[in-house]
Design a protein around this ligand. Structure first.
Ligand SMILES: [Fe+2]
Length: 508
């Protein structure tokens, strides 16, 4: 059912709920007087001790990055990446990977050379806390003593998950999921302002995973725990909000990603409930997994926002791959967790915990709209995350998917991916960086003008990886068809970057 979009109602159900549920409690101690925390910072020690290290001004810059190999002539544009970067301020610290202040990286490819720039985002939260000399607000996974009351969700907005480029890259936004998109200067990465799409949705949740259909329309959603609703945003190719809606959604206490097809929006809603009354613990510790409840596939009509729901076996999800319609079916794939909450709770900084049964499996879903049924099947690919595909064909059939895999967790117990996979149907290409590396999300960058070919990707796979031993970051470029042969070009930064989440390539 679509509800009328009334500002007061929306703020009551979405923004207020979001802010209240983001505030933490009063018990955890966050000082680190003897440095024990810093010493136990493996494996995040490299990036986090480097940024911000001594003398760090908020910006990293290398004009001409050292490279091995030759940049393919068609690879022109900018890879932007975002992620949590700062976890310590004064005597305060955040404990969970998702809590840190956002830092955006740009790798600009032009004339056979690459320049890098990394900027810690000067959000209102960061500016306020720098003045105070300490973190002032509890975060998703950390309850700070004496956390200040939250005025609105954007007073906590660290803009640290993903990026969205509009109008061919002339507009760039850093995305969080608890509040507004934050507009940046695409060249300098300087913070401009929070984006207001409409008076009704000012300050409301705008997710970090918008999807753009081939005609340039951007679809996104927002959620807030306890509201039982999702906001839907439809933004046209000029960057103007075209439609907004508030729809009824069960199990929408944490919704990170979704998928689109030509006619539908598809959500996978987890049986994860945020307990409303537990003021002494942080937000993450208030989540409860409903082991007997299904994962709900919710299909929303783009035409009238009507909703159909389908039940799948219990499971959790951060990320979906592409989805498309085929003979009355909706097909999609996602990284499915059977132990979602322990996995999420394990992403703590001193000692991220890895248990093999907490890793995700690549899982295919088939929704039969006529019969009103849905089913899913796991593929034998364990420890996968960060699915990427040819985003020129979002919502249409694409056969090539890039995934990151923690292939050796069973052996090493290490957090983080060490392998990049290229899936073409049942065929899997693999490149393993090795035990000394943490590989971050890799993207598929299509060769300019190439078609949506079914089985032969034409383009590159590009991504960053942190070398644990030297503490430095590299960026690798692979030919998509020859992924297993290893990178054709590798860039070596003179510093390490904090482990990030997502990136986008804006071609020029
Ligand atoms: Fe994500």
């Amino acid at each position: 059912m679509t509800l009328p979009m009334n500002r007061r109602q929306l703020l009551q159900t979405m923004a207020a709920s979001s802010a209240a549920s983001l505030t933490g409690g009063v018990f955890a101690t966050n000082s680190d007087p003897d440095g024990a925390f810093s010493r136990s910072f493996e494996p995040f020690n490299g990036p986090l001790s480097t940024v911000p290290g001594r003398g760090f001004t908020g910006t990293l810059e290398t004009v001409d990055v050292a490279l091995k190999g030759k940049i393919p002539p068609g690879l022109r544009g900018t890879l932007y990446r975002n992620g949590p970067a700062r976890f310590k301020l004064g005597t305060t610290r955040y404990d969970h990977w998702f809590d840190g202040d956002g830092m955006v990286q740009s790798f600009h490819f032009a004339g056979g050379k690459v320049s890098h720039r990394g900027v810690l985002l000067r959000t209102p939260k960061l500016v306020e806390e720098e003045v105070a000399g300490r973190f002032l607000y509890s975060a998703f996974g950390t309850a700070l003593p004496n956390s200040l009351p939250v005025r609105n969700p954007d007073s906590l907005n660290v803009a640290n998950i993903n990026l969205m480029a509009l109008r061919g890259g002339r507009e760039l936004y850093a995305l969080w999921e608890g509040g507004s998109a934050l507009q940046l200067d695409p060249q300098t990465l300087a913070v401009q302002d929070f984006k207001t799409w409409s008076p009704e949705t000012k300050g409301a949740s705008f997710s970090a995973h918008p999807r753009t259909s081939p005609d340039g329309t951007v679809w996104n959603f927002g959620y807030a725990a306890h509201s039982g609703k999702l906001i839907i945003y439809e933004i046209d190719v000029s960057g103007t909000l075209k439609r907004q809606a508030l729809i009824e959604a069960p199990q929408a206490d944490m919704v990170h990603d979704f998928a689109i097809t030509p006619n539908y929006l598809v959500f996978l809603l987890m049986p994860l409930v945020l307990k409303p009354q537990a003021p002494q613990v942080g937000r993450l510790d208030r989540y409860e997994w409903q082991a007997d409840a299904p994962l709900i596939a919710m299909v929303v009509s783009k035409a009238d926002f009507s909703v159909k729901r389908f039940e799948l076996d219990n499971g959790g999800v951060f990320h979906l791959g592409n989805a498309w319609e085929e003979k009355g079916l909706i097909r999609l794939a996602y990284a499915r967790y059977t132990q979602f909450l322990p996995h999420l709770q394990g992403l703590t900084l001193p000692t991220p915990k890895v248990a093999v049964d907490q890793l995700a499996r690549w899982t295919q879903v088939e929704i039969n709209l006529q019969q009103g049924s849905a089913r899913q099947s796991d593929r034998d690919l364990l420890g996968v995350e960060f699915p990427r595909f040819d985003t020129r064909f979002t919502g249409e059939r694409t056969d090539f998917t890039v995934l990151m895999q923690n292939a050796h967790a069973r052996v090493r117990g290490n957090y983080g991916a060490d392998t990049v996979l290229g899936l073409t149907g049942e065929k899997v290409q693999r490149f393993t960086y090795g035990a000394d590396w943490i590989a971050e999300e890799h993207l598929y960058v299509p060769r300019p003008g190439s078609a949506n070919t079914a089985h032969t990707p034409s383009g590159w796979v590009i991504g960053t990886a942190l070398h644990r031993v030297s503490g430095k970051t590299t960026l690798s470029v692979f030919e998509a068809q020859g992924l297993a042969n290893g990178p054709v070009v590798q860039l070596a930064l003179p510093y390490g970057l904090p482990l990030g989440l997502h990136g986008q390539f804006v071609a020029t």
